[in-house]
Design a protein around this ligand. Sequence first.
Ligand code: DCP
Length: 229
Amino acid sequence: LDKAQRLVTGKMTALHSSRSITVAIEGNIGSGKTTFLDHFAKTKGIEVIQEPVDMWRNVRGHNTLALMYSDPKRWSFAFQSYVQLTMLDIHTRKQKSLIRMMERSIYSAKYCFVENMHESGNMTDAEYVVLTEWFNWILANQKVQIDLIVYLKTSPEVCQQRIQQRCREEEKAIPLDYLQALHNTHEDWLTHKKFPTPAPVLVLDGDHKLSDMYSVFEENRHKILLGQN
Ligand code: DCP
């Protein structure tokens, strides 16, 4: 039996294999990515890397996430520039386990958030092309490989309820319009393929209540751990 398959069926604890895979979990703000990652983090042999929100909140004492929300026109570029760096750092870290799961990727930062900030007028053309040049250079020169994208497709209304429940200080004033715009950029990229998808996409319905989400994850465990959509 292939090592990855033994891991899926729970019969394996050793972490050495010739082929390791990276799964990126994507979806709107509040779509349930953290719940997904916390669930799979319980499986031996899966290494989970949460998104570095805490780093964005404290760049040598500066909360760039809060700055971005308080004055997007002024701070979107600085914020996304730092997001891109932290995502590159994660993508290029040495993988320690057979399966790596990461929250978001350098791709959604660019194709969903940066695109939206540019389109909505919060990022100037010059700022946008500078970030795009960096992004293109990174893709051409660094290994930012993903084997599977799990797309948690959750309606903006459900995302808004969850954001309100969790009460992250910086996100208090996020309007439904913003979640709708981000939903559209995720759809444009992952469903309509407006931009290249670096891996096959597995779409999961994220609208179920929390207790039912675990069944959705389990029903798809096999595919996810084998990196298939
Ligand atoms: N963010 C951003 N630009 C990015 C990535 C994230 O502006 N390139 C912002 C949006 C959120 C915060 O960072 O305010 C965290 O967003 P995520 O959707 O990545 O993470 P969540 O914790 O909201 O995910 P979930 O609720 O699905 O677990």
